[in-house]
Design a binder for this molecule. Sequence first.
Ligand SMILES: Nc1ncnc2c1ncn2[C@@H]1O[C@H](COP(=O)(O)OP(=O)(O)OP(=O)(O)O)[C@@H](O)[C@H]1O
Ligand SMILES: [Zn+2]
Length: 306
Amino acid sequence: MRVPTSPTPAGPRPDAMIDELRDLRLLSLVENGTGLIGYRFHGPLFDAFEALDGALVALFREEYRPTAHSCTTLLEREALESIGFFDKLPSIPLHAVPHEIAADQSPGPSAWVLSPSTCYHTFGHLSGIDERWDLRCFTARGVCHRFEPSAESTRLASFTMREFVLIGDADLVVSRGESMFEQAVAFLGRLHDDVSVKKASDVFYGERSEVTRRVQLARGVKREVLIPWAGDELAVGSRNLHRDLFTTVFGIGPNGGPAMHSACVAFGIERLLLALLARTEGHDPERLCALISTALAESSSAVHAT
Ligand SMILES: Nc1ncnc2c1ncn2[C@@H]1O[C@H](COP(=O)(O)OP(=O)(O)OP(=O)(O)O)[C@@H](O)[C@H]1O
Ligand SMILES: [Zn+2]
């Protein structure tokens, strides 16, 4: 998450490919005065979006057997308060004032925010569970919202995240989280010849200081997978280790004994789609769909061969 800068930039400069896709009516921009809110994908471009998301789920289905769940766009404000989100990143959450809830006055408009990540729904669902397990995987796709105004065409206020959450034994969460991330990187490497990985820090998981940033980098709490985009590198996914932060706050697992840990591996589907399409011949979404199927088949046979 990036702390918003001020003053707010005028608006995004769509890249040439984005203009092309708009002309073909495959994509439309959702904008307001502060910049780009999000994208709507149409026809074959939406098919490629679904193919990418579906491939990520298929990639991990056999080995991790994730339990899938859905998400609401709205999240209880309390959930973010309990993990100190507003103390660390007060400007990121977008507050929701849906008319129906406002009219009903119960629980009241200020009780809701637009969800900034999908894993809070997973943790919320497991809250208070009195069970311990070695390792379980959960997955959800959700529209996420963050207020990080920027002139970049890939920093959206509304975007789609596919997330896998691992919960269980501390060592297993780290080792399996790492191999899951590596498998995703290998899959993306079949679709693009210039995929890179780097360690990152996130102000959310500590104080906003240089010391914390370095400690996080040294501990490898966050790793990102990047694909070139518009002369720069774009983070299309990340692996975050939370230790027992969320399991403790949300009360996941029985009292007593070592706390279970959690990690998440998350992907931004809009970023992935645009960055991969930029490398696809003719920026053709149907061609990208075919490449995704081939890469998925190759990835599965690589897993079975080991
Ligand atoms: N504002 C955004 N617009 C589009 N995609 C995003 C945005 N923020 C995050 N994502 C996508 O969701 C993925 C997982 O979210 P995560 O919280 O790890 O991102 P992040 O570290 O905040 O991203 P960044 O480093 O770009 O600020 C990111 O790797 C990225 O692909
Ligand atoms: Zn997460």
